[in-house]
Design a protein around this ligand. Sequence first.
Ligand code: HEC
Ligand code: HEC
Length: 309
Amino acid sequence: MPTKIEKDAVTGRDTTGHEWDGVKELNVPLPKWWLYVLYATIIFAVVWCVLYPSIPYGTGYFHGLLGYSQRKAVDADVAAVAAQRAGSMAKIEASSFADIRKDPQLLAVAEIAGRITFANNCQPCHGAGGGGQKGYPALAAGDWMWGGTLEAIQQTVTHGIRSGDPDARNSAMPRFGVDGMLKPEEIQLVADYVMTLFGKPEAGKSESDVPGIGKPAADQSASEKNVAAGKALFETNCAACHGDAGQGNRDFGAPRLAARIHLRANTREDVVAQVTNPHMGVMPNWNQRLDPATIKSVTLYVHSLGGGE
Ligand code: HEC
Ligand code: HEC
């Protein structure tokens, strides 16, 4: 179809020369505002390409006059946070527990670091919130084998228990059964007596002083005669470590027997098994894996779980 550009009589504008069934198309220019916006974006894009990383070539790209890089920006942010944290951790390492607790900002850093460290390192053995499980002491219960002051906990965590560290806490309950120190009948008698201690308060203390909850009170099935004989055996063989009234002894890490939560012996059979061939728990020394400031932080966390002294 031949195109014929004409002048439109009504608007005075040229037509494009296209015509469909007698309808002719006017040649209307683009609105000015639209054109200016288009030019502005083109200029913006050119300036951007010059200033910022833009045009790729071969193996590299044009870095832009400003030398900006998102990686560099992220690295700078990360370095700033790390520097801030390193400063706090260095301060935690250098400060006494009392000073850390007096400084709310430092204490907040220590609490977060302690909580994360506990979740990552301690929870598998000691349970969430330090609830404990068989063979792994409840750290929230306030019934400590080795001590619940900040310093005592720090010492335990740093060097461990029977861990092989030269400064580890160490002790061993004698193997009364396998080494023939007590006859099987005597072990039965002493177990009868130990069961009467379970869940009982020490002399002069009330029921509510016994730490722990939910364990059944003493097994009353043993005869009084057996209990008396067991008590005599206990006094000669066990009281030196576990105390006359089964209150425990921190010098030996000997657990309180007059408690409702037990480390491993919950039943009479457990007591017989422990006296026959004792299990001795091992707690790793963390000085090889955690720095002193992190150990301090996790110590504060453990202390705050409810049992701290
Ligand atoms: C040299 C100190 C020592 C002597 C003596 C000793 N024990 Fe122990 N006993 C311990 C220690 C330490 C533990 C903790 C074991 C562990 O860490 O797993 C323990 C644990 C126990 C437990 C488990 C406690 C719990 O909470 O589950 C029972 C029960 C027990 N002893 C009974 C006895 C009886 C009964 C005797 C005497 C026949 C005795 N012990 C003598 C040191 C001693
Ligand atoms: C591999 C298991 C394991 C891990 C992981 C572990 N512990 Fe222990 N922890 C033990 C055992 C077992 C004992 C009890 C040792 C004994 O029988 O005397 C213990 C004892 C303790 C005690 C002494 C309790 C008392 O009554 O005096 C403290 C405090 C403690 N752990 C803190 C921690 C902290 C904090 C961490 C993490 C940094 C940790 N533990 C990680 C196994 C573990």
